[in-house]
Design a protein. Structure first.
Length: 520
């Protein structure tokens, strides 16, 4: 029996529509390897770019829709909209493909889960994690709105949480350039009912403030475990926001910080002129609360594997998954790992975003002796390593020398690899309390891992969680790592930041750690 998904276009037999496609090569370049999801409009395949020898996601319009001009135009619009937004918080589009039988978008393949799945596993998130997710999505929305693109479908299933701590905004399938004509029939509602803005419900012209309202609904759900408006049908849920104000989050959960509650209530105003005027204003208000982060949240059980083609949990409607998540390779990702990766401390000035844990003062710790320094480039091609001859400079005590990455044309490595790193191999197994990094000031992102083992070159990041995640690093970092125990300290760089010297690169002048010998 064919398994089906009920989506926008009705029942779509997954097995039959995918039959015979595995191994198909589109345009003599993009090979379809494995079906990883299907929705009402398209399938997503894990694929291979045979020209560049890299893994990609291929979003393939269902064959029965490829002859419908309305769906084809909407599908092509998604690629165009995402391609116009130059921001690491938006899922990247590499290419498109069209022939007589196929319409495809080639996108970056992510090791990620969705905010929807995290909420299904945990019901609510702590205030710090909610804030961090909100800030990252606001960054992406600011870039989209700068390009005059309104997303129109902000919801938990379109927010991707990557294993390395990044947050990505997905699915611009119904995005609309401000002032452009919609493709839908008059009187129809576009978006997901629970997260629509009042102006979407009323069919008014939209601007970026509509997306900000929808994001506020998402953050309200993260905070309270429920959407702010209820009803007996999707239409009733949508209409309820026109006539009532949301319940103050503090009435539903007593530990919600007052500032966060006030920000959400403001962002959920029916009158758009009473809300935040821009993503930047929303972001500034969210940061202004200085929400304390005592450390990684506890009490989360690992989430089960996420399978897009299985029945969705009862905690959300089938329509929530009717729109396909683009480019998402779903792997088994523990909710605790995802939260730890997201739990970063947003600087209230221009400094970097870092994770925060409690650590003894520096004068109570000893410098940890380094046996050697190694580079880590598991996805590199050609000559192995990443400027290996410079690695020792990162821990020689001389800030005038350093290790640096190679020069790349794009800060995200053009999707050819997920990162590069440099590792300190300590003389003995230690409890690592603090790490200090003196680096270039170009706004790079990365993670710190503390690992048991002897050989840095054999590290498997898929089996461990980061001790800290850093974003927008500009200069020197001095951060706590919570007493993580191991012999290898890996700095894993996932975004290279602003360009310099004709390309994108990161330089590490000094990399050191402090702690104590491990017990036992």
């Amino acid at each position: 029996m064919d398994e089906t998904r009920v989506g926008e276009s009705g029942n779509v037999p997954i097995a039959s529509s995918a039959a015979g496609l595995a191994g198909l090569v589109l345009g003599s370049r993009y090979r379809l390897d494995r079906l990883i999801g299907s929705g009402g409009m398209a399938q997503v395949w894990e694929g291979t770019d045979t020209l560049l020898a890299r893994r990609v996601a291929v979003k393939l319009l269902h064959p029965h829709l490829a002859c419908d001009p309305l769906f084809v135009e909407r599908f092509r619009r998604e690629a165009k909209a995402a391609a116009q937004i130059n921001d690491p918080g938006v899922v990247g589009v590499f290419d498109t493909f069209t022939d007589e039988d196929h319409e495809a978008i080639i996108m970056e393949l992510l090791d990620a889960t969705t905010l929807r799945d995290l909420l299904d596993a945990n019901s609510t998130l702590d205030a710090a994690t909610t804030e961090r997710i909100g800030l990252r999505v606001l960054d992406a929305l600011e870039a989209a709105h700068r390009a005059e693109i309104v997303h129109r479908d902000i919801k938990p299933s379109n927010i991707l949480l990557c294993r390395d701590g990044r947050v990505k905004l997905a699915d611009f399938g119904i995005a609309l350039a401000e002032g452009h004509t919609d493709l839908t029939q008059e009187g129809s509602l576009i978006g997901t009912a629970s997260y629509l803005s009042p102006e979407q419900v009323q069919g008014e012209e939209l601007d970026g403030r509509s997306d900000l309202y929808s994001l506020a609904v998402v953050l309200y759900e993260c905070t309270t475990g429920r959407i702010p408006f209820a009803g007996d049908s999707p239409a009733a849920v949508a209409i309820a926001r026109l006539h009532s104000a949301p319940v103050d989050p503090r009435q539903l959960r007593v530990d919600v910080p007052p500032h966060l509650a006030e920000v959400l209530v403001t962002a959920l105003a029916v009158d758009r002129t009473a809300r935040f005027a821009s993503a930047a204003d929303f972001r500034a208000a969210l940061m202004g609360g200085n929400i304390h982060i005592p450390g990684p949240p506890t009490g989360f059980e690992p989430a089960t594997a996420v399978q897009l083609i299985e029945e969705p949990p009862k905690s959300f409607s089938r329509s929530e998954r009717g729109w396909l998540l683009p480019t998402l390779l779903i792997l088994i990702v523990a909710a605790a790992v995802t939260v730890a990766g997201l739990l970063v401390n947003e600087s209230r000035s221009t400094g970097p975003v870092t994770s925060v844990t409690q650590a003894p003062p520096p004068d109570e710790l000893d410098p940890l002796a380094v046996a050697r320094v190694a580079t880590f480039d598991p996805q590199g091609s050609g000559t192995k390593g990443e400027n290996d001859d410079l690695a020792a400079n990162a821990a020689d005590g001389d800030p005038t020398t350093g290790w640096r990455t190679e020069i790349y044309d794009e800060p995200g490595f053009f999707g050819t690899k997920s990162g590069v790193g440099v590792a300190l191999v300590l003389e003995s197994r230690s409890e690592v309390e603090r790490v200090r990094i003196e680096s270039s000031d170009n706004g790079w992102n990365g993670s710190i891992y503390v690992i048991d083992g002897e050989a840095a070159e054999s590290i498997d990041l898929g089996t461990i969680s980061p001790a800290a995640v850093v974003q927008d690093v500009r200069g020197t970092l001095d951060l706590a790592t919570g007493g993580a125990t191991g012999r290898i300290i890996l700095l894993w760089i996932t975004q290279l930041g602003d360009p310099a010297d004709g390309g994108h690169r990161v330089q590490i002048d000094e990399f050191s750690a402090a702690g104590r010998p491990a017990q036992g």
